[in-house]
Design a protein around this ligand. Structure first.
Ligand SMILES: [Fe+2]
Ligand SMILES: [Fe+2]
Length: 277
């Protein structure tokens, strides 16, 4: 793999940029896993650029400025969010960092930005976060039209485009990815906390996976204490969700892209446990 450190992408031949996308970080155990292992994972897999979904990283969902700061210090370049973006009031200070973005299709005038163009040693990487609407029960603008408008507006202002589609249904994610196939280089899904095994390059060249999975407790139901969720299904009653605490893993995917041709060299789905180090 080509070494990119301290290189100017504009003056050197660089054939491979390795982008790690990390699935939803869930509460205490997920955060601790990121703080302890993200930098080691980046080193092991020779990662150049890292996007982390932090929408559940605070104990009560959402994110705080302190947590965002620590995720960035652990090695994230951009942090994305989702339907829990505004679940914690600490988000408003966290927006001081332009590299923390929330879904772009919240209505106009909502705090924060829905995209950022990150300068990686001269290579401009656009990262967009958008929310799906199927089974989401939020007042959102259409993700398809909103992202279309963004791309008309910022055409040619970036070299590589990466999009986190935070959505519940596989069908909406796959439809979205095919709609934007060839126009967005990398599209990955988040939100369900369950990793899908469908990573592939779409016909137009977009690197895609339906869901990255989560970074959280393995022995849980999507990061929540399993007894609570089981009881809720058994009784039909709603219980206060308590996040599970215990051994966690990191789920994500590594997209290796040629920054000149924009071809996807490879996509590798990863699940990393603390025993791997
Ligand atoms: Fe979510
Ligand atoms: Fe989530």
């Amino acid at each position: 793999m080509f070494e990119v450190k301290n290189l100017n992408f504009r003056s050197e031949m660089v054939f491979s940029v390795r982008i790690l996308a990390v699935g939803d970080v869930v509460s205490f155990s997920g955060r601790e896993f990121i703080y302890s292992f993200l930098s080691k994972i980046k080193e092991k897999y020779e990662i150049d650029f890292c996007v982390v979904n932090g929408e559940n990283s605070a104990n009560t969902n959402g994110i705080t400025s302190e947590i965002a700061k620590k995720i960035f210090e652990s090695g994230a370049d951009v942090v994305t969010l989702g339907n829990h973006a505004f679940s914690n009031k600490g988000i408003f200070q966290a927006f001081d960092s332009k590299n923390l973005i929330r879904p772009i299709n919240y209505p106009p005038k909502v705090e924060g930005a829905g995209y950022v163009i990150f300068n990686l040693k001269g290579l401009k990487i656009l990262v967009v976060n958008v929310l799906g609407r199927a089974l989401m029960n939020l007042q959102l603008d259409c993700p398809f039209r909103t992202v279309n408008k963004l791309f008309w507006r910022i055409n040619k202002m970036y070299d590589i485009s990466v999009l986190d589609f935070h959505a519940e249904t596989t069908s909406e994610k796959i439809a979205f990815a095919n709609y934007f196939d060839s126009r967005i280089n990398i599209i990955f899904g988040t939100h369900t906390h369950i990793q899908t095994a469908d990573e592939r390059v779409l016909p137009g060249g977009t690197g895609y996976i339906t869901d990255l999975g989560m970074t959280g407790v393995v022995d849980s139901v999507i990061g929540v204490k399993k007894e609570i969720i089981i009881n809720s299904f058994l009784t039909g009653k709603k219980y206060r969700f308590e996040k599970a605490v215990g051994d966690a893993c990191l789920c994500g995917a590594i997209f290796d892209i040629n920054p000149e041709s924009k071809n996807i060299n490879s996509i590798e789905r990863i699940v990393v446990f603390k025993e791997d180090f």
